[in-house]
Design a protein around this ligand. Structure first.
Ligand SMILES: Nc1nc2c(c(=O)[nH]1)N[C@H]1C(S)=C(S)[C@@H](COP(=O)(O)O)O[C@H]1N2
Ligand SMILES: [Mo]
Length: 322
């Protein structure tokens, strides 16, 4: 993002990699969406012990959220091979090439800071915390491309209600996993790791803010942020941290990775807004990626079309708080 120019999308970057190889599929969904999600399959004991949520695990029989867009979804092969995940390199094709062996089990997410009930959730607990649903969201990168993805998860506010923020908590800080041994290319990107992001507490409580554990009917592929990530659909993609390990409730606005790297270009709020241009390029339109990366140029909408969040920003100058 920092140094890449808009438009340098090469078709060579979308060739589906060996993503479909070695994908283990275990059916763990149940008819009651989410509840008893991990109830052992009757045959489970007959196989090798399995990780909590191996990439490619099917998440079956999900309710489709009313927050879903009816727009055509982007082909999965594209969403899993054209990524920003700088821990695994800064080219769009790097994450799918380099994240294959990323260890995502065991996994836990610690919740700390201004909460009455701080705790660490295992990945199994995250999966069972609320019923999983499919949410088809638009996802807009500040670089000027957008995709439509059938994510799987539940509103982040379900977790917030469990841990009970104190009156001092005004922001939520998110931190991605970082291990320089597993992510040797991270250092060469010039970014500070671990990757951190944040939201105001009222933004984090908005039901559209998604705690995401899957997409396209399965658990998340490593390159898309396995095993659990955020998806904030009304904000530019960089607000949505991948491979989430730490959530901290804090009094002051937390620092965020891209804002630290380039404060004039990447603000804390990062609401999608066609009228607030990036210093280097217009945000008025976007390239909706399709079966071919040529895609289709469409107008960008304020809040990425999620008008229901507008009241969070009443009275704020969105040029100043970009
Ligand atoms: N940890 C981490 N999270 C991250 C990033 C990253 O480099 N590292 N890139 C962000 C950016 S710029 C975008 S556009 C989205 C891309 O998500 P996707 O590859 O699943 O489409 O992830 C965001 N989350
Ligand atoms: Mo992005």
């Amino acid at each position: 993002m920092l140094i890449k120019r808009r438009g340098d999308i090469r078709s060579s970057e979308i060739t589906p990699q060996s993503l479909y190889m070695n994908r283990r599929k275990f059916l763990i969904g149940t008819a009651a969406a989410g509840t008893a999600l991990l109830a052992a399959h009757p045959m489970a004991g007959w196989f090798e012990p399995r990780p909590a949520l191996a990439a490619g695990t099917q998440l079956g029989n999900l309710a489709k959220s009313a927050y879903s867009t009816s727009e055509a979804t982007t082909p999965r092969a594209l969403v899993t091979s054209y990524n920003n995940f700088y821990e695994f390199g800064s080219n769009k094709s790097d994450p799918s090439k380099n994240a294959g062996k990323f260890q995502t089990s065991p996994w836990s997410v610690s919740v700390e800071g201004g909460v009455t009930r701080p705790r660490t959730f295992t990945m199994d607990e995250i999966l069972k915390l609320a019923p999983l649903e499919e949410r088809v969201y638009r996802h807009r990168c500040v670089e000027g491309w957008s995709i439509v993805v059938p994510w799987i998860g539940y509103s982040f506010n379900a977790l917030v209600k469990l841990v009970q923020p104190t009156s001092k908590a005004r922001y939520v800080a998110f931190q991605s996993y970082y291990d320089p041994k597993q992510m040797p290319l991270a250092r060469s990107t010039g970014l500070d790791f671990p990757y951190v992001e944040g939201l105001r507490l009222d933004e984090a409580m908005h039901p559209l803010a998604l705690l995401c554990v899957g997409m396209y009917g399965e658990s998340l592929p490593n390159q898309d942020g396995a095993p659990v990530r955020m998806v904030i659909p009304w904000k530019y993609g960089f607000k949505s941290v991948k491979s989430l390990v730490r959530i901290r409730f804090v009094a002051d606005q937390p620092s965020t990775t891209w804002n630290v790297a380039n404060p004039g270009e990447y603000g804390f709020y990062a609401n999608v807004n066609p009228k607030v241009d990036d210093p280097r390029y217009s945000q008025a339109t976007e390239l909706r990626l399709g079966g071919s990366l040529l895609g289709k140029k469409i107008n960008t909408l304020i809040f990425n079309g999620y008008d229901q969040v507008a009241s969070l920003y009443t009275g704020m100058d969105l040029h100043k708080y970009f």
